[in-house]
Design a protein around this ligand. Structure first.
Ligand SMILES: NC(=O)c1ccc[n+]([C@@H]2O[C@H](COP(=O)([O-])OP(=O)(O)OC[C@H]3O[C@@H](n4cnc5c(N)ncnc54)[C@H](OP(=O)(O)O)[C@@H]3O)[C@@H](O)[C@H]2O)c1
Length: 291
């Protein structure tokens, strides 16, 4: 399955963000398609279990849109929410039963007969890879999910499940504010397996655009803004270009609900930052010259 080189995150489109109504969701989806970006990243929990259905209302209204877009969704986090009164404590559940029921629920919410890519949202300390593989096999054979991956998995957790079922990606947090994946083997593993990682919160959740007392943020903003002049781009574009420079082929999952900013992100695909500038930003983030 080919996903667009930038994935549109749905986390902030509903109650956890801009609270789009159905018409606004529809214009937003069409705007993304006009930019050539067709892949949308959901999770059952977004908007306290409401965002999938709000997005799905557009597909119900305009069913022909479904063929033009690709849908990712996630399962496995059980949030305490008035919309899930049976959840008494926040927990993870990657039992086959929960995975299957969650996908079947997402299909209804999203008004679709299949999910293009299902991600296990977070590792469950009690997960059994053989059981998960059985759940994936069932969903695949029924055509309910076409591909499978994980999110926030360590390299050993990824290996364990990948031995039982071929995973296609690990969606992880990557930005100048969250650099663990460069050091903990996660990006190496994707590169070695030829799987493109997806990067969530590529702009640090927006923190890099706010005035802050955090010294790391101030250093990144200072160096970043200086470099922007040379690349004739905005700080958001530079931050995307920084992640895109990694040879693993990171696919940023965008969090903005602003189509103009999505257009700028698309233009950032063309920005090639030099190795030295990449390290200038790394050094600004860590506060230290590399050893
Ligand atoms: N797998 C996981 O565990 C996981 C966890 C978190 C998120 N995700 C996925 O990743 C996606 C992206 O995460 P994120 O929303 O944290 O990403 P992000 O892109 O790092 O942050 C998005 C925030 O930054 C703001 N922003 C973007 N460009 C800006 C600019 N030029 N100036 C000022 N503010 C700007 C956005 O506001 P505007 O809307 O106003 O532009 C929005 O509030 C989510 O939608 C979700 O699909 C996955």
């Amino acid at each position: 399955m080919d996903f667009s080189p930038l994935i549109i995150g749905a986390m902030r489109l509903g109650k956890w963000g801009v609270n789009f109504n159905t018409n606004e969701y529809e214009s937003f989806i069409n705007g993304c398609l006009d930019l050539g970006l067709d892949t949308f990243d959901h999770a059952d929990i977004y908007g306290d279990y409401t965002t999938e259905a709000e997005f799905g209302a557009v597909l119900k209204k305009s069913p022909s849109l479904r063929k033009r877009i690709k849908l990712i969704t996630k399962c496995g986090i059980k949030m305490v929410s008035p919309n899930r009164p049976e959840h008494k404590v926040k927990s993870y559940d990657l039992s086959a039963d929960h995975i299957i029921k969650s996908v079947e629920h997402s299909l209804v919410e999203l008004s679709t007969d299949h999910i293009d890519l299902l991600l296990l949202h977070r590792p469950d300390y009690l997960m059994n890879p053989e059981e998960i593989a059985g759940g994936f096999t069932k969903l695949k054979s029924e055509g309910k999910a076409l591909g499978f991956g994980v999110s926030n998995f360590s390299t050993s957790q990824f290996d364990l499940l990948h031995k039982h079922y071929p995973l296609t990606t690990n969606q992880i947090e990557v930005s100048l504010l969250q650099r663990n994946a460069f050091d903990d083997g996660t990006l190496d593993q994707c590169l070695g397996l030829g799987l493109k990682p997806m990067a969530w919160s590529p702009l640090g959740g927006g923190a890099l655009f706010k005035t802050s007392e955090d010294e790391m943020i101030n250093r990144i903003q200072k160096v970043g803004n200086e470099l922007c002049d040379g690349y004739n781009c905005g700080l958001d574009q530079l931050l995307y270009a920084w992640a895109l420079a990694h040879p693993a082929g990171i696919i940023p999952v965008l969090g903005t609900s602003n189509l103009e900013r999505i257009g700028l992100a698309k233009a950032a695909l063309e920005i090639k930052i030099s190795r030295e500038d990449w390290y200038r930003l790394w050094t600004a983030a860590t506060g230290n010259e590399v050893p």
